[in-house]
Design a protein around this ligand. Structure first.
Ligand SMILES: [Zn+2]
Length: 256
């Protein structure tokens, strides 16, 4: 796979994605990026939202590789000593392990409990995160997610309401969800070179990719500005240049 944004139609589409995402929150941006990753769905939001969270993460990793290559630079602060840790990840490592879940409904049978639940979709996750109480407590977001995803809950054959499921059962469900859809949470375990403590950090591919797209778009607009000023070319004309030619003209402008 050759990485890079070399096609002018693609560059125009990505600039449109970036422009649309500027005024959105993280969920809105993730949805726009997912639409760019799955063009065959023709921008069908319902279809995108109905996909399991892990399927979206896998799609976004694939898009990231296609646009910006395999090498991912990551910066994380050490939990213990605060040291700034900067390192490279190989996106191919994730591509091997990230995939959509096999099952959409999981059955949990343990200690007299019998719980059936759906693997959370993007719509479930977004709705739970936007629950009015979610901003104040992580527990509220988790309960909102359970309310959406638990299909049935029984203890010793008697139905139990979702909002009274004990903490221990909620935890079992969370673990089963993680096992069923491992791609939904990409967690990094990094050992600090200074103090050797381990730091766990989630790699949020949507925010990561958005930051890269943002930097790319601002660079492209600067190129357009410089070349339009120097040569009087229009934006479509400049975007139609291959990156190599664009760079060459920019060097000539700088030398002049
Ligand atoms: Zn440290």
């Amino acid at each position: 796979m050759t990485a890079g944004i070399t096609d002018s139609t693609q560059a125009g589409d990505l600039l449109a994605t970036w422009e649309a995402g500027l005024g959105r929150d993280g969920h809105g941006r993730a949805l726009l990026l997912h639409r760019a990753a799955r063009p065959e769905l023709g921008g069908d939001h319902e279809a995108l939202l109905a996909l399991p969270v892990g399927a979206r993460e896998a799609d976004l990793f694939a898009l990231r590789r296609a646009l910006f290559g395999e090498r991912m630079q990551v910066r994380i602060d050490c939990d213990a000593c605060g040291a700034d840790m900067e390192f490279d990840l190989d996106a191919r490592e994730f591509a091997r392990t990230l995939r959509a879940p096999d099952e959409s409904v999981v059955q949990l049978t343990e200690g007299g409990w019998d719980v059936a639940f759906r693997v959370p979709t993007v719509a479930d996750l977004t709705a739970a995160a936007r629950h009015p109480d979610a901003a104040f407590s992580a527990g509220a977001a988790r309960r909102a997610l359970l309310a959406r995803c638990v299909v049935s809950a029984e203890r010793d054959g008697a139905a139990v309401a979702v909002d009274v499921l004990p903490e221990a059962v909620q935890k079992m469900i969370a673990e089963a969800v993680e096992a069923a859809d491992p791609a939904a949470d990409v967690t990094l375990n990094i050992n600090c070179p200074e103090c050797e403590a381990a730091t766990r950090a989630e790699l949020d591919i949507a925010s990561y990719l958005w930051a890269e797209l943002d930097a790319w778009a601002r660079d492209v607009l600067l190129d357009v500005h410089l070349l339009a000023t120097a040569y009087g070319w229009s934006e479509p004309e400049i975007l139609a240049l291959s990156p190599l030619r664009r760079r060459y003209y920019l060097e000539l402008c700088a030398d002049a």
